[in-house]
Design a protein around this ligand. Structure first.
Ligand code: GP9
Ligand code: MN
Length: 407
């Protein structure tokens, strides 16, 4: 009957943060172009390899965008699909398995369905087999109206590498799809080239691989650099087609690309030992929000993928007071400096808690734990409540609750 939802609802309501009045509705009626950047971690931003910039385009683009430098991925085993789940639902993915596979039959109140109700056309674009990560089924549950998958693209040997269609070809072929969509639209693009094992044709290498004993880390840099170029070309095409000025563009990294198996090489690249503290900090992925007419700003608030749904809805002028969101609007003046990773690690303004150890965020040193203690319970509730919603399919009671209250 949904009574289990009561405690959770109280928790969610107590954590609701009201939007900044200046930002609420600022992008009302605009298209939303969401770009998931495969395996893109924040350490590549404003950084170099062999003396060359890794992301020259993004480094420029963040100067005219809101750039969140302390934004964390919160994915688990479901990798890209977990990031999609977080971004569309503001719920946590599961501790085991991929919620896209295990709970695609649940009721959700995802942003695509909310946006549909608000006059948006919703689509997701990804040049892979539609059933990968069970996307074809899950996208229906999330309310996407159209999934442009591999059959909507011209994919051949020439324009493919590694996992499939190269990002540049993917974006360029997607322009036609965008032009077909009724406006305003919410369109999610999922890139692919910067995927393990980071294969790339010689002619696409704009920087040379790094030189360590990790082939994975070495090859990561040229594919990140390639993705950056593909993004640059895509943004240019959006400008050429007159789409740019009418759209907010949101780019985020889906999850880490370099696992802890490469800590030695990573430490060599970073010039510091990769302790559990550094590892947790490496879970930062870029978040870039471009709003036409807005000046750039770097924002240091501790935040994560779970925060995107309320942030986007508020920018579009859509209220979220009744939603079951675990995240909160990144532009809210009351946004709490706190984020939980799927493995139970958490990050606050001054501390990182990981592997049962509390670190000082400024020094990276182990502390006595008193700075982390006030957050233990909250971190636990976040994951527990979200898991309860998914395992119990509790959002199927959501509509009833909403009507009950309004009576
Ligand atoms: C597959 C792509 C990559 O379609 O999204 O998935 P990942 O292995 O990163 O989860
Ligand atoms: Mn991925």
């Amino acid at each position: 009957d949904g009574s289990e939802l009561v405690d959770i609802e109280n928790y969610i309501r107590a954590n609701y943060k009201k939007p900044d009045e200046e930002m609420f509705g600022i992008a009302k009626g605009k298209n939303v172009i969401l770009i998931s950047m495969e395996s893109t971690q924040s350490f590549v931003i404003n950084n170099t390899v062999n003396g060359e910039e890794i992301t020259p385009f993004l480094n420029d683009f963040i100067k005219e965008s809101y750039y969140f430098e302390n934004f964390y991925h919160q994915t688990g085993q479901g990798k890209t699909s977990d990031s999609e789940f977080l971004v569309d639902n503001s719920l946590y993915p599961l501790g085991r398995g991929a919620v896209f596979f295990t709970h695609s039959g649940n009721e959700f109140e995802a942003s695509p369905s909310i946006l549909s109700e608000n006059g948006y056309f919703t689509a997701t674009l990804h040049a892979n087999n539609k059933s990968f990560w069970n996307r074809d089924i899950m996208y229906d549950s999330l309310g996407y109206e159209r999934f442009y998958e591999i059959n909507d693209y011209d994919v051949n040997e020439e324009n493919s590498v590694g996992w499939g269609l190269k990002d540049d070809d993917f974006f360029q072929q997607s322009i036609q799809h965008l032009k077909e969509m009724p406006q305003p639209y919410y369109a999610k693009f999922i890139t692919l080239t910067n995927h393990f094992p980071f294969e790339l044709d010689e002619e696409d290498k704009m920087v040379q691989p790094y030189t360590s004993n990790s082939k994975t880390l070495n090859n990561y840099f040229p594919t990140v650099r390639y993705q950056d170029e593909a993004l640059k070309n895509f943004i240019q095409s959006l400008k050429d087609e007159g789409i740019y000025e009418n759209s907010i563009i949101i780019l985020y990294g889906d999850h880490y690309g370099i696992s802890e198996n490469h800590n030695r090489a990573m430490g060599e690249y970073l010039g510091e030992e990769v302790t559990p503290f550094v590892s947790a900090q490496l879970q930062r992925v870029p978040l870039i929000i471009h709003i036409p007419g807005h000046k750039g700003k770097t924002i240091s608030t501790v935040s994560g993928q779970i925060d995107l749904k309320p942030t986007i809805l508020h920018l579009l002028g859509i209220d979220t007071k009744r939603d079951f969101n675990f995240g909160s609007d990144l532009f809210s003046k009351d946004k709490m400096e706190f984020i939980v990773l799927r493995d139970g690690s958490f990050i606050t303004k001054d501390h990182v808690y990981t592997r049962e150890t509390c670190y000082d965020k400024n020094t990276g040193e182990v502390t006595d734990g008193s700075g982390c203690e006030p957050y233990y319970e909250k971190a636990k509730y976040e994951l527990e409540y979200s898991d309860k919603i998914i395992y119990g399919d509790l959002l199927r009671f959501y509509e009833n609750l909403a009507t009950d209250e309004s009576q």
